[in-house]
Design a protein around this ligand. Structure first.
Ligand SMILES: Cc1cc2nc3c(=O)[nH]c(=O)nc-3n(C[C@H](O)[C@H](O)[C@H](O)COP(=O)(O)OP(=O)(O)OC[C@H]3O[C@@H](n4cnc5c(N)ncnc54)[C@H](O)[C@@H]3O)c2cc1C
Length: 374
């Protein structure tokens, strides 16, 4: 049965109810905005609840906010996943529950089961969105649709014979004893750690080899949590890591699959596991951005330089070499977007002072100089 077609109109539509969408929603709520909504195609925290069962946050949570240091994974003040779950490395499902709890506490106007298909700027200003619920009009859009639901699947010939790590619900359900993982950054090493811990034999092939990168920034090299786990599983002798080797092709052969680099070939009985990352959801609305520098150009308020009124929140935000791919990074821009919208709607921005005091209002980017490859 088709859904009823309705016409709705708002000041702000947030697309996506993940960490970024819910975090921005809290800011709008605290600014006293009445006419906004959060449109979510699945449920709150959907990307996190689809993580493999065994995958945990690499950024630690700690109940530190009472002493002025917000839990690294909190998206708003006075909340802490560490306190909620009494864990340092929480699971995707736990984080989804944290986001739902925040949404409930702030009574955020989330509409679930609503897929946003297109975003079109109107000549008179504002936007028209075509959604599974019908046409929606809004003055501003905050695009917070994430990346996890947009896996990078076709990176070399034969990639269709592989299985992407985002398609795996639990490593315990994967059949077989020997695996090849293509891609050795965080998700590849997480897959390897979990499979070896279950007694499987694993080979990881990576075009560079993040495990050998001495950089201390977790956005460039492996995080301390991952290195610590790797040390443990490497000692079992069941993990082989091949760096500086781009995979060029995968072919199904009798008894399994052949994985080819320029000079080498590996055999595996199971479909190789792709840990090749994500494209990002901005692709869906790509023409609304200037991509001449290789990424979506944004103003100092995280607004498209090409399409005024369209803001971006989450891991796709990039300013020069700065990429905001971790929650503790991109959460500091929620208030920046909130202020830009509040100024244009003539709302009092005083509620945002608490964000600045808590280090959640990063409008001076000269203090950060990290690169990021996740
Ligand atoms: C393997 C892995 C491990 C990670 N570990 C960490 C970590 O330890 N710490 C950390 O800080 N970050 C980590 N990250 C990064 C972090 O998970 C992401 O940056 C985070 O999910 C981004 O949040 P988001 O709200 O932007 O996107 P999401 O959480 O993906 O939320 C986007 C939401 O938008 C919805 N949506 C998408 N498209 C549409 C549409 N067209 N219409 C309607 N709804 C839509 C989706 O259903 C989803 O609920 C990790 C990422 C990966 C892939």
């Amino acid at each position: 049965m088709s859904q009823p077609q309705t016409k709705q109109s708002y000041d702000v539509v947030i697309v996506g109810a993940g960490a970024a969408g819910i975090g921005c929603g809290v800011v709008l709520r605290e600014l006293g905005l009445e006419r906004f909504t959060i449109l979510e195609r699945n449920e709150v925290g959907a990307s996190f609840s689809r993580w493999p069962e065994e995958m945990k946050f690499i950024t630690p949570s700690f109940p530190s906010h009472g002493f002025g240091l917000l839990d690294l994974n909190s998206i708003t003040l006075k909340t802490s996943p560490a306190i909620a779950f009494r864990r340092e490395h929480i699971s995707g499902k736990q984080y989804a529950l944290y986001l739902q709890t925040v949404a409930d506490h702030f009574e955020l106007p989330v509409q679930t089961g609503v897929d946003v298909k297109t975003v079109d700027p109107l000549s008179e200003g504002g936007f028209e969105l075509q959604t599974s619920l019908g046409t929606i009009q809004t003055q501003f859009v905050i695009w917070a649709a994430g990346e996890y639901q947009y896996p990078r699947l076709n990176t070399f010939p034969g990639a269709e014979h592989c299985i992407h790590n985002s398609q795996i619900r639990s490593w315990a359900e994967v059949k077989g004893d020997q695996f090849i993982i293509i891609g050795g950054y965080e998700s590849g090493m997480d897959a390897a750690s979990n499979l070896v811990a279950m007694g499987k034999k694993v080979g990881v092939i990576d075009r560079s080899g993040a495990w050998a990168n001495p950089d201390t920034d977790p956005s460039i090299a492996l995080s301390p949590y991952t290195l610590q786990r790797l040390e443990f599983v490497y000692r079992t002798g069941n993990l082989d890591m091949v760096g500086e080797t781009p995979v060029e092709e995968v072919r199904p052969v009798s008894g399994g699959y052949a994985v080819y680099s320029e000079y080498k070939k590996w055999m595996t009985p199971q479909p190789p596991i792709l840990c090749t990352g994500f494209n990002g959801s901005l692709k869906q609305i790509a023409p609304l951005f200037d991509w001449s520098k290789g990424h979506a150009a944004l103003t100092e308020n995280d607004e498209s330089t090409l399409t005024p009124g369209l803001f971006v929140s989450g891991p796709s935000v990039r300013h020069g070499d700065l990429i905001f791919c971790f929650i503790y990074k991109f959460r500091q821009r929620f208030a920046v977007i909130g202020k830009a919208i509040a100024d244009r709607l003539d709302l009092d921005t005083a509620p945002l002072e608490a964000y600045r005091e808590a280090g959640l209002f990063l409008d001076d980017l000269s203090c950060c100089d990290n690169d990021c490859i996740c």
